[in-house]
Design a protein. Structure first.
Length: 302
């Protein structure tokens, strides 16, 4: 089976890498991660939207790019390489879920254009493990609490899981920050007592969950690849006693062996991205990382 990128996919990869490298150098992303309360800058988000990334998985008829999990893996890997701060991944997942629900064209067009930020609120507890659903939608109003809601303070719209299904809820929201060790993320506890609309059953999130696993794996791959490049660059340029420190490493060492194997991970991630989101539980066996969303990659500091 062939897992090489097509010509269009290779072009997406190169253009995305160039864009992120120019718009989000590491010194800028670090400043944003450490000092921006929202976790991103709105002018930068507008740039990202102009490139079409928020609507990557949204059909073209609804204002998106009409692409799939392979392209999601490509963009996510490049976002990982750049340590891109902000809600891009979470917005992509929310937009894909809205597209699957249907009848949300106006909202999707606003999300794709960067005019609105939408994320998914589905954690029922601040602790690990499954928690009983305590959020309910009754008489057109959603009530309850959600935890580790990604970029909740910046969200205009939340897709909230309830005992009755997925509720579409418009902000503003009452948010309590939940800091994690991942400075690129912003999570919050959201207290809900809002008007809401039921858009479908929670089973709509099953394909989203698979997309999240593919995107999370690709993001981590990008982080690791960039870290390896920086490390090897340091070893080849840093000198002691007028010699690069890399020249003093024994030929059979792990660092030397690793320098020749920088493509060991992508062949494992690309087959994962080719699994159809509708593939069911059997498809999940091919995924190297399983995570319901980006909160699964973080540890709470509270």
């Amino acid at each position: 089976m062939k897992f090489d990128l097509s010509e269009d996919q290779a072009l997406l990869q190169s253009s995305t890498r160039d864009f992120f490298a120019k718009a989000f150098p590491l010194e800028k992303t670090r400043r944003v991660m450490e000092h921006e309360p929202l976790g991103f800058e709105k002018p930068a988000w507008r740039q990202i939207a102009e490139m079409g990334y928020p609507g990557l998985l949204v059909p073209e008829a609804q204002g998106g790019q009409g692409l799939g999990p392979i392209e999601l893996a490509i963009v996510s890997e490049e976002a990982g390489r750049a340590c891109l701060p902000g809600p891009l991944f979470d917005v992509q997942l929310a937009a894909a879920t809205l597209a699957a629900a249907g009848k949300q064209d106006a909202l999707l067009q606003a999300i794709c254009a960067g005019d609105k930020v939408a994320t998914i609120a589905w954690r029922n507890s601040p602790y690990a493990g499954e928690a009983k659903q305590t959020t309910h939608l009754t008489h057109g109003r959603v009530k309850g609490h959600k935890y580790f809601v990604p970029f909740a303070a910046a969200a205009d719209v939340l897709l909230v899981t309830t005992a009755e299904g997925i509720a579409l809820v418009e902000g503003p929201f009452e948010v309590t920050a939940l800091p994690t060790i991942d400075l690129a993320q912003r999570f919050g506890e959201v207290a809900l007592d809002h008007p809401a609309t039921l858009i479908g059953p929670t089973s709509l999130l099953e394909p989203t969950d698979l997309l999240a696993a593919v995107g999370a794996a690709a993001t981590l791959l990008g982080v690791m690849a960039r870290s390896l490049e920086i490390t090897l660059g340091y070893l080849s340029t840093r000198e002691t006693f007028k010699r690069p420190i890399g020249s003093r490493i024994p030929r059979g060492s792990h660092v030397v062996r690793t320098s020749g194997r920088r493509t060991v991970c992508p062949p494992r991630t690309r087959p994962s991205s080719r699994v159809s989101p509708a593939g069911g539980t059997g498809a999940a066996a091919f995924l190297p990382i399983r995570s319901t969303h980006s909160a699964g990659m973080s540890m709470w500091k509270g």
